[in-house]
Design a protein around this ligand. Structure first.
Ligand SMILES: C[S@@+](CC[C@H](N)C(=O)[O-])C[C@H]1O[C@@H](n2cnc3c(N)ncnc32)[C@H](O)[C@@H]1O
Length: 339
């Protein structure tokens, strides 16, 4: 199968999917009296986390979402209620909507997941999260099949799109770390017949990626290697390390660890490429990245990044000349060099 660039980008699909996190953002904020707390005292996510013993990473994703929804405003790092927040989200208001969201919240799983995240009670709502398998390095075949198909749908248009916007002419041997179905490696192989890519993944995902590689007819250029990126040595001999939607699954400390492993395994002159949906420098926009960050806070150990934060992470590992460019849809590519 040869993939052609879709005539429309995939942002409509992302918008439809990410819209589902608006309601749990409100229902959880109402259940936890977050609007009442911010009305009493405008606060930063860290301040509110401390005051109410909430999870700071969760609040750092939730409060920008409530800002995007128009129920909060932000001044000098402190969140407070907008006029809409005061009128519709406070119990004392005659126009209070909390009774609606109380009922709605009971009917949706993301409400429970987000509630647990903010309350520091991880992963009771979903017993078997993909991220738990990733952390342990063990993903059974049933889960691998489900998650790899999910990731392929979610990433294939962006993978093809990326090859139309980024200049890969200096790239020859790519290690696709946590490459999932292999859609990015496949897109690169279809771009140029002299590019070689290796997908570095957990064992069950490597088996599945091989089917996608075979279906795309690129097995002469794309292969897999079973390596647990945390526990095992990385293969050498690549000029580029590519990570798509990998850093956003992990804490900042873990991202630094991954960046350091990448730096150590790259040759001088090599580069790291991070394919991520970036937040702007304020960390509170644009809307899709804010909603995606809330999803990451609920389902993984991670978050979406601003470019300055990714720059800090990469610089701590030794990378220089860090810059980013728009890639496709809502995605960007961040590049760093090893001198
Ligand atoms: C969010 S998915 C991204 C997949 C693909 N890069 C994309 O953007 O479509 C994260 C990937 O990291 C892989 N991964 C997680 N933990 C890993 C580990 N310890 N070693 C190797 N790969 C891992 C997962 O199997 C999964 O395919």
């Amino acid at each position: 199968m040869s993939y052609q660039l879709p005539v429309v980008d995939d942002t409509l699909v992302w918008d439809a999917w990410l819209a589902m996190y608006k309601v749990p953002a409100l229902s959880v904020a109402l259940e936890l009296d977050i609007f009442e707390s911010l009305d009493a005292q405008p606060t930063s996510p860290a301040g509110l986390a401390q005051r109410r013993s909430f999870n700071e990473r969760g609040l750092s994703a939730l409060l920008p979402m409530l800002l995007q929804l128009g129920f909060l405003t932000l001044h000098s790092g402190n969140y407070q209620l907008s006029e809409a927040g005061k009128k519709y989200m406070l119990k004392a208001s005659p126009f209070y909507w909390g009774h609606v969201f109380k009922r709605v919240g009971k009917t949706i799983l993301p409400h429970k997941l987000l509630l647990e995240t903010i309350n520091n009670e991880r992963a009771n709502a979903i017993k078997n999260r993909p991220a738990d398998g990733w952390e342990s390095g063990h993903v059974d075949m049933e889960m691998a099949r489900e998650v790899t198909a999910f990731m392929h749908s979610h990433s294939i248009a962006a993978a093809i799109g990326m090859t139309h916007t980024y200049d890969f002419s200096a790239v020859n041997r790519v290690l696709d770390v946590g490459g999932g179905s292999g859609c990015f490696a496949i897109a690169l192989a279809q771009l140029r017949s002299d590019i070689q890519c290796v997908i570095m993944e957990l064992p069950t995902i490597c088996i599945l990626a091989q089917h996608y590689i075979d279906d795309a007819g690129v097995s002469a250029q794309v292969s897999t290697i079973t390596v647990d990126m945390f526990r095992q040595d990385w293969p050498l001999g690549f000029d580029t390390h590519f990570f798509s939607n990998v850093f956003h699954d992990w804490t900042i400390a873990t991202c630094i660890q991954l960046a350091k492993k990448s730096y150590a395994a790259l040759p001088a002159g090599g580069c790291i490429l991070l394919h991520e949906m970036l937040l702007d420098d304020s960390g509170t926009a644009p809307n899709p990245a804010v909603a995606f960050s809330l999803l990451m806070a609920m389902g993984t150990m991670g978050q979406q990044f601003t470019l300055p934060l990714l720059r800090q992470i990469l610089e701590q590992a030794g990378f220089t000349n860090i810059n980013s460019q728009h890639s496709y849809g809502y995605y960007s590519l961040v590049r760093g060099s090893k001198l």
